[in-house]
Structure formats: structure tokens, C-alpha cells
Design a protein around this ligand. Structure first.
Ligand code: 5RP
Length: 264
């Protein structure tokens, strides 16, 4: 691996081998998502606790301070909306030249395995990898399910992750699921977990993140379950404790409560 690629990968995955990415890219197909209406304000108190931001160029340029940020994973796919015909019909929206101009640590795009646009999204990935490898920029593939949340089970996600890695993704983002080890074990590149829609309790989130880490995930790319929580900083700190400080679910939950109650 060349120096540039290694340098960028090490901005993402920390010396302990783990990572906490904070996605704030949801507006690219959902519009002003609840509690992400003003992304700059949402993210400011959370920056100290995450390792990288997953964001589009529009929000990056307009809402994120270039002098006080974190490594950037640039969302470069899109072109669909929640009210349109098919969320899977994405294309590449952002040039690699613009990604270089923005000095990003990585780029990310969605793939939609099993959808009508499977072929297009997989070729988007392969072509993006071809171009990004020229510049030493890692590609993170997002195994998207659109509105079909029930697709989030081990056999399907293992298939998606493996295909993404085979096509050259350096990191794969997928959903946690039962038997998550089957997903990780079949994927030769690091796997990070997304959260999906907000869970009912904090404990639920801490439990699945802990389980995923035990089963081989390198970290999380968790958005709504952080910044839609009533206590986002407490949530970010509790998650960070699991990811980087080896905390148990109980310890992380106690930390959540202490921060929430203003004791820390
Ligand atoms: C949205 C994304 C998000 O980055 C991903 O889904 C993670 O966010 P969340 O934890 O809220 O699901 O790709 O398109």
C-alpha cells in the first residue's frame, strides 16, 4: 500500500484498530432530517468524540469549519430522493477531483445488491475504486437497503460486504444483525456498523455495538442513534468507551447516565 493510502487509512482507523465515524449525510436523499436540520450545530459538540465525519460536499463546504474538523469521508453517490421512484437508482455525484480539492480521507458510496440497480451501483463502486486508487484515496462502500429494512440479515449482508470488498472497497459499512460474525468473517476488509432508524432505548444501541465489536467489526458509522438521542454527547461518549476504551455495555451505560445527569 502506498504512503498516501496508508496515511488516509490511518486517519480513519485509529492505532487501536478501531474507529467511530459520525455520518451526517442523510440529507442527500431525506432532506432536512430530524435533528440534522442544521448539521453544523448538530455536529459541533460531538466532534471531540468521533474519528471522522461522513458528509456530502455541500454540507461540508457550508456547515463544517475547515480549521476545526475531523478527517472527512465524502459521500459521493446520490441522485435519488425519499419521494422519488427508487432509492437504489444512484449515480456518482461528486468528482474525484473535487474530493482531492476537499482534502478528504476517503470517499463513500452506496451499493444496492439485489435491487433493479444492482449492476449500476456495483459498477459505480468498481469505477470509483479504479479512479480513487490512482490518488491513494480509500473507498468506503455502504451496503444500502433503501426502504427495505427487513433485508438486514446475515446472509444478505455477508453477500453485499463480500462483493464490495471484491470490487475493491477498502472499508465496508453495513448493518449490525444477528450472527454478525458471518458478515465479518466473509469480508476481507474492515467492516463498520451503521445503526439505521433510532432504536427505542440507549441500551439497545450499546448492546448491538458491543456485540458487533466482539464479533469483529472495527467500529461504527452511526448517525441517528447518536444525534437523534435527547443526549447526543452522552451517547457519543458511551459509544466511544465501547469502541476505544474496551468498556462493557454496563460501563458504557453508566457513563451515558453520568454524562446525561451532568455528573461528568
Ligand atoms: C445514510 C447513510 C448513513 O451514513 C448510514 O445509514 C448511517 O447512519 P445511521 O446510523 O443513521 O443509519 O449511509 O444514507
Amino acid at each position: 500500500m502506498d504512503w498516501g493510502m496508508r496515511n488516509r487509512m490511518s486517519q480513519l482507523i485509529q492505532p487501536d484498530g478501531h474507529c467511530f465515524f459520525l455520518p451526517i449525510d442523510h440529507g442527500y436523499f431525506q432532506g432536512p432530517t430530524h435533528r440534522l436540520e442544521k448539521p453544523g450545530e448538530t455536529v459541533r459538540p460531538l466532534l471531540p468524540y468521533c474519528d471522522a465525519l461522513f458528509v456530502t460536499r455541500g454540507v461540508l463546504r457550508s456547515c463544517i469549519d475547515p480549521a476545526n474538523s475531523k478527517p472527512i469521508i465524502l459521500r459521493v453517490s446520490g441522485g435519488t430522493s425519499i419521494v422519488g421512484k427508487d432509492l437504489a437508482h444512484e449515480g456518482i455525484t461528486t468528482s474525484v477531483r473535487d474530493a482531492v480539492r476537499l482534502n478528504v480521507a476517503a470517499v463513500g458510496l452506496s451499493i444496492f445488491v439485489g435491487s433493479d440497480y444492482e449492476h449500476d451501483s456495483l459498477l459505480n463502486l468498481a469505477n470509483l475504486v479504479n479512479e480513487c486508487e490512482e490518488y491513494g484515496i480509500p473507498v468506503m462502500a455502504v451496503t444500502a437497503v433503501g426502504k427495505e429494512l427487513e433485508k438486514r440479515e446475515a446472509r444478505y449482508l455477508a453477500l453485499c460486504c463480500r462483493i464490495a470488498a471484491e470490487l475493491g472497497a477498502r472499508v465496508v459499512k453495513t448493518y449490525w444483525c444477528k450472527e454478525f460474525d458471518k458478515v465479518v468473517n466473509g469480508c476481507p476488509v474492515p467492516v463498520v456498523m451503521a445503526g439505521g432508524p433510532k432504536c427505542e432505548t440507549e441500551l439497545e444501541v450499546l448492546e448491538f455495538v458491543y456485540d458487533g465489536m466482539q464479533k469483529g467489526a472495527v467500529g461504527i458509522n452511526l448517525g441517528r442513534n447518536v444525534w437523534q438521542n435527547d443526549h447526543p454527547v452522552a451517547m457519543a461518549r458511551a459509544l466511544r468507551a465501547i469502541i476505544h476504551e474496551n468498556a462493557s455495555v454496563k460501563e458504557a451505560h453508566e457513563l451515558f447516565n453520568s454524562v446525561k445527569n451532568g455528573e461528568l
